[in-house]
Design a protein around this ligand. Structure first.
Ligand SMILES: [Zn+2]
Length: 88
């Protein structure tokens, strides 16, 4: 049992096994909750707006932006401010 809060603080490497369970599975099977309308749907059922700049996945119900993926020379970026959570 930890004696104080500092005993609970570890670096992110300790979460590797948990995060691997989240990011390795087929993302289209994950459930996502829309921040705007609260609908929960499968990522595979979202509406894709593709462009040379990247991909925007929109809620099929209210068309809010849920995910944006952009591949740049500095890395692959994923923004999810329109989503409350992903569930695997
Ligand atoms: Zn929505």
């Amino acid at each position: 049992m930890p004696n104080n809060v500092s005993d609970l603080l570890l670096d992110g490497n300790v979460a590797a096994r948990l995060l691997q369970r989240i990011f390795v599975p087929d993302i289209t099977l994950a459930k996502i909750r829309c921040h705007s309308c609260d609908r929960v749907s499968g990522v595979g059922s979202l509406i894709l707006h593709a462009s040379p700049m990247g991909a925007v996945l929109k809620c099929a119900d209210c068309e809010s932006d849920l995910m944006r993926a952009v591949d740049t020379p500095r890395g692959l970026w994923l923004e999810m401010t329109g989503a409350r959570f992903l569930r695997f």
